[in-house]
Design a protein around this ligand. Structure first.
Ligand code: AMP
Ligand code: MG
Length: 329
């Protein structure tokens, strides 16, 4: 199968709609990472997503809807605080997990009784969702466990020959996957950290828990138990007070005739003068935006990416560090 990359236009959107209605898959941009989409009420199309990605069969998909879509067609809104969250953060990088009404097929929710819903804010994605006017289920558009793509070309590198069309909506501005928030209980609980932070949710609704995933627990968000986001080269992770160890590994790698890169935030770069560095930027938001892009750049030119980071859990760092630990740890 030939895989086309097309900029978003009326023509390419109509082409995407025809492919989706015919049970096919389309790569789509969002403000977080690129998604691999199918119509959420078509079991055979949804099954293809799992096949194309090699995604574990127990890891459910998020349903994406346009901003005027009535989500009560799909789920039960059980708590009043949900309206505040919706008002403040949707459209945007927040996914809410509700009790499902069963409209989205079992294959997409892996037989579970909940459904995750998101309204992407990316303009091109909104246009696609309006054009199709049906919920599109989509995981990230990478081969399972590989780093998530933030450009159309990166989707192509993973899925070339396996899907007919990738809509090119430019580089994703968010850079890490959405915050996944369970809203089935009286206090919302973060299942996966992201750009909408615990602090932002607490400020809006008064309270927010973070799910703790301990070894052996039955996890509520199955995705979190898998190895994730890994680039194809070797990786190592050090904290900011381990600069010397990072340098030792860098120099050892060179002595073995292999190519290392340090990957760190701008504030740590001065510790690595004369070393080749992949710069993640200054703020937590910069790090989110650049992390996958730099990992995918690094896997092309490095034998090993040596990540060095300040271990923080406040704000967006919770999500960034979670991705960094999984990709490089
Ligand atoms: P991805 O599509 O690769 O960004 O992964 C989607 C994430 O959302 C995974 O971590 C899933 O486990 C999680 N997720 C999707 N649907 C549900 C659901 N119904 N309940 C809990 N977590 C979900
Ligand atoms: Mg993913």
């Amino acid at each position: 199968m030939e895989t086309l990359i097309e900029k978003i236009s009326s023509d390419s959107l109509n082409k995407a709609k025809a492919i989706l209605l015919d049970g096919g898959l389309v790569g789509m941009p969002t403000e977080t990472v690129y998604g691999l989409s199918a119509i959420g009420t078509m079991p055979s199309a949804v099954k293809q997503i799992f096949e194309v990605k090699g995604r574990p069969a127990d890891n459910p998909l998020i349903a994406h809807v346009h901003k005027d879509y009535d989500i009560e067609k799909l789920v039960y809104i059980e708590h009043d605080y949900i309206y505040k969250l919706k008002e403040k953060f949707m459209p945007g990088p927040l996914t809410l997990v509700f009790k499902s009404k069963g409209v989205i097929c079992r294959e997409a929710v892996c037989g579970g009784d909940t459904l995750a819903i998101r309204m992407p804010s990316h303009k091109g994605c909104q246009r696609l969702l309006r054009c199709v006017d049906m919920p599109l289920v989509a995981p990230s558009a990478n081969v399972s466990k590989h780093t998530s793509p933030v450009t159309a070309e990166q989707v192509y590198c993973d899925l070339n020959g396996r899907i007919p069309l990738i809509l090119d909506g430019g580089r994703c501005t968010g850079g890490i996957e959405s915050t996944v928030l369970d809203v089935t209980e009286s206090v919302p609980r973060i299942l996966r950290a992201g750009l909408i932070t615990r602090e932002m949710i607490t400020e809006t609704v008064g309270a927010c828990e973070i799910a703790q995933h301990k070894e052996g627990d039955k996890v509520k968000s199955p995705g979190v138990k898998y190895k994730h986001y890994r680039p194809k080269c070797e990786t190592a992770l050090f904290y900011a007070d381990e600069t010397e160890k990072a340098k030792e590994l860098y120099n050892k790698t060179i002595s073995e005739n292999k190519k290392p890169y340090i990957m760190c935030q701008t504030g740590l770069k001065d510790n690595f003068n004369g070393y080749d560095v992949l710069d993640l930027g200054k703020t937590g938001e910069d790090m989110a935006r650049n992390l996958y892009d730099k990992l995918l750049e690094g896997e092309k030119k490095a034998d090993i990416i040596i990540a060095v980071a300040v271990d923080r859990e406040d704000g967006v760092y919770l999500g960034v560090m979670n991705r960094l630990k999984k990709s490089c740890g």
